[in-house]
Design a protein around this ligand. Structure first.
Ligand code: TRP
Length: 478
């Protein structure tokens, strides 16, 4: 007999609402802002293929594990791990996994909110007609001037954090469910419109090939020209980035999906929900890529332009197309909403814990967590202007200072580590009964396949990539 608990924070109204909420968490800046720019920085096709492989072999099984642990524990990740430690008779050290998740969510949100602020600002730019008739150079200059103005970034970052705090304070169902139901489908349609524009840009084939034609030489070798001499060396850096992004885009490895799972009704199939979420998330990312890269090539822009990529490409399209002011504003509005439904999940584990263990009201808890995150976000803002510096890290050259440090620390290290621990917990540490009961797919081939992958394939893959990127195997490879 399985023990059925209820969450004190409420429950999703139905299966679809869970899927929508989790998709809302997954689909966000990661798909539309981050995926295209890191694909651009890492040479396109081969990187995309590695990313898709990571979603299938690591993302999907780990997501099922994370949801099932959350649904059994029915609390914030920290208390869920404590509950599992008791009921599954496992070490209380596993509670540390919950803590690492809260910390990762907090760090991610601190910069996530800054970028969401850029999107907010761009709603108004588009509406005011600032992009109309501007060429690629002018759009690029506009962006550079914008991110070099810390005071502007601060205003938008503050507004976005406030918006996040308001929804989180109102609780899981009220604010969140409504936003997701209507906005996600709209975002989808708008991306299709943008792909339509990209088709007419004259460089669709080039964009398509960049995204889907795999050239593995580019992924495994890091080339740099020093004093005019090009030197290349073997690197695992981009593979780590692809894997880290699979975690990031699916909201895995820090308890966000665990806490969403804890609000999930018992009668929902975890496997089916996971396929929907991962499928929709991947589709949106690929659509964003198909909308953006043709514009990049048609305008002779640099695919490796970095975090500014969508802000320096899509406005060109909006400036030229019929109804571009309207479509541009709508696009950035939807992007803000997509970021909003994601940011909520980044802070929910911390808020749920503050309510459970510190006895705060949801309002107070949201304020405490939100203000702390807001303050850390200021460091990211500074890093886009005065504090930028360049450095080498895990086989890649980085140059946005603190923003990059935070991004690499969270997406490339903390999330994969969290995912590894989740897979190990569900596959090795917890009883087999736990996963069999929660997944409720019987003991047939589907369950066994999952169990095998989560025990062997996912943890090994994460470990190999992490250790490689950290240079552990360097001496063997050179
Ligand atoms: N997945 C979201 C995106 O792609 C970001 C996000 C939300 C996230 N919750 C998360 C990332 C939890 C990692 C962990 O934009």
């Amino acid at each position: 007999m399985s023990i059925e608990k209820q969450s004190i924070h409420g429950q999703w109204s139905s299966r679809w609402i869970f899927i929508l909420a989790a998709t809302g968490s997954a689909v966000g800046l990661g798909n539309i802002w981050k995926f295209p720019y890191i694909a651009g920085e890492n040479g396109g096709g081969a990187f995309v293929l590695v990313y898709l492989g990571c979603v299938a072999l690591i993302g999907i099984p780990v997501m099922m594990a994370e949801i099932l642990m959350g649904r059994r524990g029915r609390q914030s990740p920290i208390n869920t791990m404590a509950y599992l430690a008791d009921t599954e008779k496992t070490s209380r050290l596993w509670i540390g996994l919950g803590w690492m998740g809260v910390l990762a969510g907090f760090l991610i949100l601190s910069y996530y909110s800054v970028i969401a602020g850029w999107a907010m600002a761009y709603v108004f730019r588009s509406a005011s007609g600032a992009f109309v008739g501007q060429n690629a150079q002018q759009i690029g200059d506009m962006f550079a001037a914008f991110i070099g103005s810390p005071e502007k970034l601060l205003v938008w970052h503050s507004l976005f954090m406030l918006a996040t705090m308001v929804v989180v304070a109102r609780g899981v169902k009220e604010g969140l469910e409504k936003a997701v139901v209507s906005l996600m489908p709209l975002l989808f349609i708008l991306l299709a419109v943008l792909i339509g524009y990209a088709l007419s840009s004259g460089a669709f084939a080039e964009g398509f090939n960049f995204l889907f034609a795999a050239d593995f030489g580019k992924v495994f070798y890091l080339c740099e020209s020093v004093n005019g001499v090009e030197t290349c060396r073997f690197t695992f850096g981009p593979i780590l980035t692809a894997m880290g992004h699979a975690f990031f885009t699916l909201s895995l490895g820090m308890g966000a999906i665990m806490v969403y799972g804890s609000y999930m009704p018992k009668n929902v199939s975890i496997a089916r929900a996971t396929f929907w979420i991962a499928g929709a998330d991947t589709l949106v990312a690929l659509m964003a890529g198909l909308a953006i890269f043709p514009i990049v090539f048609a305008n002779h822009l640099e695919p490796a332009a970095g975090p500014g990529l969508i802000f320096t490409t899509l406005p060109i399209a909006f400036g030229q197309m019929v109804g571009g002011r309207f479509f541009g504003s709508l696009f950035f509005i939807l992007l803000v909403f997509a970021a909003w439904t994601s940011s909520i999940s980044l802070i929910e584990p911390a808020v749920a814990w503050l309510v459970e263990n510190r006895g705060l009201s949801r309002l107070r808890a949201s304020m405490v967590a939100g203000i702390a995150t807001w303050a850390v976000g200021i460091l990211t803002i500074m890093s886009f202007s005065d504090w930028a510096f360049s450095f080498h890290f895990l086989g890649q050259k980085k140059s946005d200072g603190l923003f990059d440090v935070l991004d690499i620390l969270t997406a490339n290290i903390m999330l994969p580590l969290g995912g590894l621990l989740i897979a190990v917990y569900a596959g090795w540490v917890a009883s087999r009964k736990l996963s069999r009961d929660e997944l409720a797919m019987g003991d047939g081939p589907a369950y066994r396949l999952w169990y095998f992958v989560v025990r062997y394939i996912s943890p090994l893959a994460v470990m190999v990539v992490l250790l490689n990127a950290l240079g552990v195997f360097d001496s063997w490879l050179s």
